[in-house]
Design a protein around this ligand. Sequence first.
Ligand code: SAH
Length: 399
Amino acid sequence: MPSAARTADHFADPRSRWLGEFVPIIGTNSPSSGGPKPAGAAASQTTTPKLTDAADPPCDHGPVDLDLLRSTLEDLGQPRFRFDQVWKWTSEGAKGYHEMSNLPAKLRDELTERVPFSTLTEVRRAEASDGTVKLLLNTHDGRPIETVLMRYKDPTSHPNRRGRRSICVSSQSGCPLTCTFCATGAMKFGRNLTAWEILDQALHLRRIDALDHCVFMGMGEPMMNLDNVLEVCRRLPAVGITHRRIGISTVGWVPGIDKLTESDVPVRLAWSLHSADPELRSDIMPVNDRYSLADVKAACDRFYEQRRKMIFVEYIMLGGVNDSVEQAQLLADLLEPWKYKINLIPYNPTDSVYDGSERDQMEAFRQVLEDNGFNATIRLIRGRDIDAACGQLAAKAAA
Ligand code: SAH
């Protein structure tokens, strides 16, 4: 996001119930508050995660994708440039083949018949007064996915400039990692999304507005589906989103981070850290037992050495759990301020045992980080007025 991930203003804070609430967050704002709960509160909820490197049960690819488009055009004896024509229209927001005026009418009809225009079906749409739009989409095999568009005013109010248009996309339906504060983690894991199902989320949103930023902060762990995520990243510039404006967020899935470091795609990296105390982190994020803080830190450092791009650290503020000044000091001791930019995230309450931190506590936490030389931001929440709508979307999806 602005500098990729959740930094400045564009991070969706996915989930709350079911599919995740995707409450986009920006700037500073009052976190939800509530009585602090004991630090061990999460432990009873923790389940042993089933972690596999290949969280990719076999799935057929659904009705359509760019491969199908290519093979259909070949089948129809069309010249190669037809594929590029169709993709150009699609990536620039066309709503169907009928708009593609430089294609012969017969070909438009044939494509309409043989290659469905999206791998996803739009089930619901909710729009907040601040311009945030959430879509509930279904895959061909009925897997629900939420995706979000966040629109911002140009901070300079310059008449010829437009504000940022940032999207938050899902890489899996459900998630196998069972983080205890995360509603998606409580869902049954569905499957990895195909590259085309991820790309189609962006294309659905592109039909609503021009886009310029993307974060992989929707449902799922992008590093467990990295080949597809990278394939999508390679296509996003055509949709208006350059690589430097893409952020991939991870719990700290080390093989994925290393693969990203070695890849040819210069995107930004965000690490969902949430506690620098190993025991507490294991309580709230069971994946910590598989990849320790030290291992993940080393992988992030390798990413930094290779790319020289700051890494964004996401830190959800859970009242009375991970928000003490001692926890802040542990975090400061773990990271280097020139490599890591810390984003403090007001917790978006779900059905979990947690409450968000008190405002004063968040400030005290931020102050410790600042005293240690870090640039730390507390996020603002956007799209509040469609939270309820999201609940409704999810309830429908679950019915
Ligand atoms: N699996 C990846 C990407 C998806 S989660 C990851 O964990 O980074 C994207 C971000 O939303 C993560 O930082 C996650 O911890 C955070 N998140 C999940 N549930 C939340 C909630 N209820 N309130 C605020 N942030 C939440």
